[in-house]
Design a protein around this ligand. Sequence first.
Ligand code: FPP
Length: 233
Amino acid sequence: MQNSLKHVAIIMDGNGRWAQKRGLPRLSGHEAGARATRKIVELVKDRRIKYLTIYAFSSENWRRPVEEVEGLWKLLDRFIDEEVGRLKETGVNFNVIGDISKLSDRLQAKIRHTIELTKTNAAVFLNIALNYGGRDEIVRALNAAIKERSGPIDEDGFRKYLDTSGIPDPDLLIRTGGEWRISNFMLWQIAYTEIYFTDILWPDFDGKALDDAIGWFATRQRRYGMTSEQVES
Ligand code: FPP
């Protein structure tokens, strides 16, 4: 049976090394990364994949040098300004996961405005992870659940409190940049996700690289705890 691919999640790593290789400042690498991000939204949409979640700023990225942190937020702010029209027109439903209460009021308002503006779009659902950490998300969900409910909670009950409520779990997680780790990304949601690591640095990740990942995903047998005989029957 063919694997259905509804949701791709991406850890976009390698911007810094891409810049370093060219003797450029790290922020130029992030700018090139933002250009790759723009393209990937289109490529995912063209391939009729419904959900794309990208890790743009982790709850741990605040530990980077202050100029880089400020530069990244400026870039994200500009990305929204420059992309909002195109997202709206091309059917992209814009959403954010992560704790955006820590961002400036101005950026929060811009994010809310973009979510509102694209809320009826349904060609592709783009989730940008901003100030996102998987453990932080689980703890926030837990606190929200405790506040609202009493007594035990099951998995489906708990899911509703996650930032990804209503979004299917990723089928495929891609990490670029050659590292083999998860870095606190979607810890709950990737329980049965197929994970693809590539050495390609994020700014170089293109349509061919995406198709290679999708091709690899197609070869995976998804068993969800069952035996291969059960899955094949
Ligand atoms: C990791 O590369 C990348 C990030 C921490 C930020 C991701 C941001 C972008 C792709 C650009 C902005 C995104 C949007 C949506 C506008 P790294 O700096 O850790 O690379 P390195 O491991 O080579 O140093």
